[in-house]
Design a protein around this ligand. Structure first.
Ligand code: ADE
Length: 417
């Protein structure tokens, strides 16, 4: 066992936080009990690059209960909960992560987990998989398959598959309904607002013009929560169907160029680059707050912001005040990294329960299944099992089809009566 964390002395608080998360993740609890008995991952080495939160710790312990040997690194330089990784290290997990890493330290940690020669990779953002496929190709033969947690990671994987670069099968956990309809929508929705509020020390949202760039699952969730807090929500999109959906949901839809003149708070969640660009930064009101909850810190053109500013003052741990050459002040939260994880706790345990149940069950399934080398969906049977277990844990019951209804739904003879 080895580890590299900020301070092992933080372990007791981390253990308490993991305990809190465990109590709110009943589906993983059921899977853990079965894994403990059946050991479906005995002899399997798993390298993971995930946001190192209390919820991730719960997943790691489920995989360990299944017999796997785990090596964990972060999936972002600013999202590790130092107390949680200290607790994992203390109880024997190989973990390499701390909050506030440089890019070099971040990739050193990715390489440390790859030194364990994994059979399965679990990734959030595709940095682990892309490192295996570029700098660590000697490991490719030993990797059976992997799973990917997030939208950006799946976009990168599909680009790898399309260009023939992908060398082992990957499962797009992000694309399964028990992940994106809950974690992305309700999890990112709540935690992004939480991040903005915590970072700014409780800034009032009511009455503010809140510009949401991107109206995918995450954007939808964030817009709804912002609206619930009394914001005037403006949506900017490049996809006409999504823009239409936002308009019919009751939001104003306009170009970012227009929105930039009136926005008080700007939020990006697109998976794309330089969504808020120099030309937008140039016309924003003094006092505007900018944040991102997409995977990478490229959605806001930070180099342009740096270039147009005379100085930058860190006024709070997650707030940088930029003084522009034309005398305005713009406020960037969490260095443009995922504000929901850097300034808050990320998606709540209750929804991560389903996302991470997918990774656990997919890891078990991957060890029994031979797959073609491409990007696959989570089998529907796994998705439905997770939804059923979650419903049961929440105390809700399902109806079942009668035999007459089942026959009706699989026939075509009966029509207008
Ligand atoms: N991604 C979003 N929220 C998360 C959380 N709480 N833990 C790990 N990954 C996450």
């Amino acid at each position: 066992m080895s580890y590299k964390v900020k301070d092992i002395i933080l372990a007791p608080q981390g253990e308490l936080n993991i305990g809190w998360a465990t109590g709110h993740m009943p589906v993983l609890g059921i899977i853990k009990d079965r894994f403990h008995k059946e050991k479906p991952l005995k002899g399997v080495t798993i390298a993971a690059s995930l946001h190192c939160t209390k919820e991730t710790a719960v997943l790691i312990r489920v995989l360990e209960a299944g017999g796997a040997k785990i090596a964990l690194a972060g999936s972002n330089p600013l999202t590790t909960q130092d107390d949680v990784v200290a607790a994992l290290a203390k109880t024997g997990t190989n973990v390499y992560a701390w909050r506030g890493q440089t890019k070099e330290e971040y990739y050193e940690c990715i390489n440390s987990v790859l030194d364990f020669k994994p059979n399965i990779t679990i990734d959030d953002g595709c940095d682990l998989v892309s490192t295996v496929h570029s700098a660590r190709t000697e490991l490719l033969d030993g990797v059976r398959a992997g799973s990917e947690e997030t939208t950006t990671g799946v976009i990168r994987l599909r680009a790898m598959a399309d260009s023939g670069a992908l060398k082992y099968p990957m499962i797009a956990v992000n694309d399964t309904p028990t992940k994106n309809m809950f974690d992305n929508r309700y999890g990112s929705g709540q935690s992004t607002i939480d991040g903005v509020v915590r970072a700014t020390g409780g800034m009032l949202l009511a009455g503010k013009n809140f510009v949401m760039s991107g109206y995918g699952w995450c954007g939808q969730g964030i817009a709804k929560r912002a609206s619930g807090m009394g914001c005037n929500v403006i949506v900017t999109e490049v996809d006409p169907v999504r823009a239409l959906e936002a308009a019919m949901e009751g939001y104003k839809v306009m170009s970012l160029a227009e929105a930039s003149k009136i926005g008080d708070i700007f939020l990006t969640s697109t998976g794309c680059k330089h969504v808020i660009d120099k030309k937008h930064l140039e016309i924003m009101k003094s006092g505007a707050v900018l944040a991102n909850s997409g995977h990478f810190n490229v959605e806001i053109n930070i180099p342009a912001l740096e270039e147009m500013s005379t100085k930058k003052v860190r006024i709070r741990p997650d707030v940088d005040e930029y003084h522009t050459k034309d005398g305005r002040k713009l406020y960037l939260l969490s260095e443009g990294r995922l504000v929901n994880l850097a300034a808050a706790d990320g998606s709540a345990s209750e929804v991560m329960d389903m996302s991470f149940a997918n990774h656990a069950l997919v890891a078990e399934w991957l060890m029994k299944t031979n797959l073609e080398t491409t990007v696959h969906n989570v089998p529907e049977s796994i998705d439905h099992m997770i939804a059923s277990l979650k419903l049961e844990a929440m105390g809700f019951q399902l109806d079942t089809l009668t035999e007459e209804q089942r026959k009706y739904l699989t026939s075509w003879q009966e029509g207008t009566v």
